[in-house]
Write a protein of this length. Structure first.
Length: 235
């Protein structure tokens, strides 16, 4: 069954929009009729001209910096007149060492990029989302559900995303819906390069995860809030 989303007249802010998953989410919102505010700390590789599309604007800024976040959210609302959806896609992975061999700088980096960006974007977006009875979708991870060898700090940062999602949902019950998605390995060029011997066919494509993000922002899930939705397929 084909599913068609209609986000006409709404505005979506997507962080991490220069990455594979963030770019897929931004494109999915645009194709569904939304105006898209695409944000990232680095400019996108815009080979297909997407970021020059009508109703798409790119905002460069560091979402670990509260000043940058406040500036961008205010600019989005000023430029588009409203904010309906926040997709917290910014994030990264680091691992390979046990806790007793992990640098404190790695801890700070992962919690900044994975959790602080989600916290700051949500903090500044939620007041505007209350006005539109909008939604927040953030990216946790399947591995956040349990401890594991070699990437415990990453897992902890993504577990924080889940818990903060539940908190935002509780604090805004009946007004703003907040949910998370939990990928495993995503089929991106970087992951293919890092794990060249893996079975890529089992990995989930960014476009598939993007459809779940849209579903959680849509009228199809009006009573779903505070959830962490698996999006890892067979990965």
């Amino acid at each position: 069954m084909d599913v068609v989303f209609d986000f006409d007249g709404t505005v979506a802010l997507v962080t991490g929009a220069s990455g594979a998953l963030g770019g897929a989410v931004a494109r999915a919102f645009y194709e569904a009729g939304a105006s898209v505010a695409a944000a990232d700390v680095v400019e996108p590789d815009d080979e297909d001209g997407f970021f020059e599309s009508e109703e798409v604007r790119f905002y460069e800024g560091d979402f670990t910096d509260e000043g940058d976040v406040a500036r961008i959210v205010d600019a989005v609302v000023s430029d588009f007149g409203r904010l309906d959806h926040l997709a917290n896609i910014a994030g990264t992975w680091r691992g390979g060492t046990p806790v007793d061999e992990t640098d404190a700088d790695t801890f700070d980096f992962l919690f900044d990029v994975n959790l602080k960006t989600m916290f700051l974007a949500s903090k500044h977006a939620v007041p505007h989302l209350r006005e539109t009875e909008g939604s927040v979708v953030s990216v946790s991870a399947r591995s956040s559900l349990e401890g594991g060898e070699g990437d415990g700090v990453y897992r902890a940062s993504k577990a924080g995303v889940r818990l903060l999602t539940e908190t935002i949902a509780e604090e805004n019950r009946g007004v703003v819906r907040a949910n998370a998605v939990m990928p495993s390995v995503i089929d991106t060029p970087m992951n293919r390069e890092m794990m060249s011997d893996a079975d890529f066919e089992k990995w989930v494509k960014p476009e598939e995860i993007a459809r779940t993000v849209l579903a959680l922002c849509s009228d199809a899930t009006p009573v779903t809030s505070g959830a962490a939705v698996p999006v890892y397929g067979e990965a």
